[in-house]
Design a binder for this molecule. Structure first.
Ligand code: WTA
Length: 663
């Protein structure tokens, strides 16, 4: 299989010399890990504190069901908080928490965090939560969210965090699927300058979960906004279930003896959408997950825990928030920023203001955010001192070369390495990424599998493709933070990830990728985003990058719409930079033709969009992924499908209205 019309990207950035000299991980790690993968991961496991040491690093006797560090015992919360306090780091700030309302901030030291986690663990025990019970968490980005997760981990009660923007229906189906009997929530959170309620959705979800056979016994509520809430008190004698967090946690005892759980004890379930139907409950367990996340956080971000100030902007409601805001960074004992709100509240420079104030040194965000900032203009970050930043990370979707360069130049002062990190909810840990002190940067490439990780790009038949060709991304060896199964559905686990290359025993990631002439990896998005135009395989990502490289374009989404002649045709939805708009807010007449020609020039005539629609917004999920399915509905003139998982469900209306008005 070959991918047609791959555009050329020739820019290269060497690792800064000082960073390379002092890098945590050097070139030799690749070879060492390849020589003895298990010994390599055992060495990484030593960075954690275990109750009992493992007997076996990897048990792969019954694939695809992996067990890592069997016989070992460990407590994730102990590793994320207590041990730092015991090691004399109690006064170090763990979290600089920044609320959305200005001046609403709180610093928690590792000691504060330990005391709070212990109190919450004691309070949950008092409320009847035992090891093995599932707890749903539906909270905004506040310190209590981290505390609640770690308290659950401490008790061995797997948590399932549901993004605070999800609907009552989504929450109910997750509660029912994993059988949660406790929900931890808040009255509300701050979003775009105003309190936004959470408790009513929980009340509704609890009713819906009951219809699906799951009874929630307790709803533990953090008071965040102070807004009015419906209340049925748990101890009020009327069969209620609500309990205030401050009533039971604040008065609880701040000491709690952590039990060392089996390394394979379930840590959490994270739901992620499949292509259709029921969401999949990705199950992560304790020992291997903590090894995988703490090692990669240390290696990929070249973490210097004594001096770095780290900020990952992801919401805790998706996996990046779990692996790279909670478990990885806290296991590594770093100081980090956690921000509650949106990047444009109360002004479009809020993130950069926060970076300046706390002296952020490592910054990790998503391409969709970067492209938004490009749209807003470089003059906004230019108002702030970002000189402490020494490393930039990207995750969630392919980063277009132009977005990469903008990020490096505008946020990184033209000298800071960008690490493009590929991974999934399922992989738990970063799998493919440059190492900032070793690998040179190629804008748009995630480069290669990390030490201890084995990936390849293969054909339909499972054969490794030669350099210069494309195919399907697979992972060819088990890794510590890999998902263990789908909650309650071993068959679907096998079908979804392991059946396609059953003969070879590969994990099928569902992503297209290509190897360039040097053998470096370029991620091309989900395979369902690959179009076939007149028999040519075209990547949506590549055409999007071509559009974004035009100076008037801020963001672009491309879909393959069915076409009588060509099979599929390229349809593009484009957001223009503000500077490209005319005085009345409309686009100049000849711009669409200019953009079509631009794509033709960048990639080739085959990639020239049949249609380009200028839109004000793009439909995105809460984790920032563009929902191309909905755009395809528009391009194929259908009624727009289910919009409930959009971060902003009004976006599709905005797009269809705009298009029908013809401006
Ligand atoms: C995509 C997010 C290209 C990919 C951590 C993957 C990426 C899916 C990258 C997983 C990247 C994530 N380059 N594509 N650096 N990172 N993806 O489960 O399609 O929300 O399969 O995990 O996002 O998304 P998920």
């Amino acid at each position: 299989m070959t991918l047609s019309n791959l555009s050329r990207e020739e820019r290269r950035f060497e690792p800064p010399r000082e960073l390379a000299e002092n890098a945590n991980v050097k070139e030799e790690a690749y070879e060492r890990a390849a020589r003895d993968r298990e010994a390599f991961w055992a060495e990484q496991a030593d960075r954690l504190d275990w109750g009992r040491t493992w007997d076996r690093v990897l048990d792969w006797d019954n694939p695809p069901f992996a067990k890592w560090f069997t016989g070992g015992t460990i407590n994730a919360a102990y590793n994320c908080v207590d041990r730092h306090v015991e090691n004399g780091q109690g006064d170090k700030v763990a979290i600089h928490w920044v609320g959305e309302p200005e001046d609403d901030t709180r610093d928690l030291t590792y000691r504060d965090l330990k005391d709070e986690v212990c109190r919450a663990a004691n309070a949950l025990t008092e409320l009847g939560v035992k090891k093995g019970d599932r707890v749903a968490i539906y909270l905004p980005m506040i310190p209590e969210t981290v505390v609640a997760m770690l308290a659950c981990a401490r008790l061995g009660a797997p948590h399932t965090v549901v993004f605070g923007g999800f609907s009552a229906d989504a929450l109910a189906s997750r509660i029912a699927d994993c059988g949660a009997k406790v929900v931890i929530t808040a009255d509300g959170g701050y979003r775009r300058g105003a309190p936004s309620a959470l408790k009513p959705a929980v009340d509704e979800a609890v009713g819906k979960a009951r219809e699906q056979g799951q009874e929630v016994e307790t709803v533990l509520v953090v008071r965040r906004t102070g807004q009015d809430v419906e209340w049925t008190a748990k101890h009020g004698g009327d069969g209620g279930r609500d309990v205030w967090w401050h009533d039971v946690v604040d008065s609880a005892f701040p000491e709690h003896e952590p039990e060392m759980h089996d390394a394979e004890h379930p840590l959490y379930v994270m739901y992620t959408s499949g292509t259709t139907g029921k969401p999949k409950g990705i199950l992560h367990t304790t020992g291997g997950y903590l090894v995988g996340t703490s090692y990669t956080h240390w290696a990929v971000f070249d973490l210097k825990a004594d001096t770095d100030v780290y900020w990952c902007t992801a919401d805790v409601g998706w996996v990046t928030g779990h692996s790279y805001m909670v478990y990885g960074p806290l296991a590594n004992g770093v100081t980090q920023v956690v921000y509650e709100g949106t990047p444009d509240t109360p002004h479009k420079g809020r993130w950069w203001e926060i970076c300046e104030k706390y002296g952020v040194t490592i910054f990790y965000t998503a391409p969709t955010a970067i492209r938004t900032f490009m749209k807003w203009g470089a003059d906004i970050p230019a108002k702030f001192d970002l000189s402490k930043i020494r490393l930039l990370g990207s995750v969630g979707e392919p980063i277009n070369p132009e977005a990469y360069i903008w990020y490096r130049d505008t946020i990184g002062g033209g000298k800071v390495p960008v690490v493009d990190t590929w991974w999934q909810t399922e992989t738990g840990q970063i799998m493919i990424s440059p190492l900032p002190g070793v690998t040179h940067g190629k804008p748009g490439s995630a480069m290669k599998a990390l030490p201890g990780v084995a990936a390849d790009v293969v054909t339909d038949a499972g054969e490794s493709v030669p350099d210069g060709s494309g195919g399907y991304l697979v992972l060819t060896e088990p890794w510590p933070a890999m998902l263990r199964t789908l909650w309650g559905d071993d068959e679907r686990f096998k079908d979804t990830y392991w059946s396609r290359y059953a003969d070879q025993g590969f994990y099928f990631a569902g992503d297209g990728a290509k190897k360039d002439e040097d053998g470096d990896l370029w991620m091309l998005g989900r395979v369902d985003d690959v179009m076939n135009v007149s028999g040519h395989r075209l990547s949506t990502t590549e055409i999007e990058s071509a559009l974004v490289s035009h100076p008037k374009v801020a963001e672009a989404a491309v879909v393959g719409a069915s076409d009588d002649t060509t099979g599929q045709a390229v349809c593009a939805f484009v957001i223009l930079r503000e500077s490209a708009l005319q005085g009345d807010g409309t686009a100049p007449d000849d711009l669409i033709e200019e953009l079509r020609k631009h794509v033709q020039k960048q990639i080739g005539a085959i990639a020239k969009p049949r249609q380009i629609m200028i839109v004000p917004e793009l439909p995105k999920t809460r984790s920032g992924k563009i929902m191309r399915r909905l755009l395809k509905d528009v391009a194929e003139h259908r009624d727009v499908g289910d919009v409930t998982t959009l971060a902003d469900s009004t976006v599709m209306e905005l797009i269809t209205t705009k298009l029908s008005s013809g401006k």
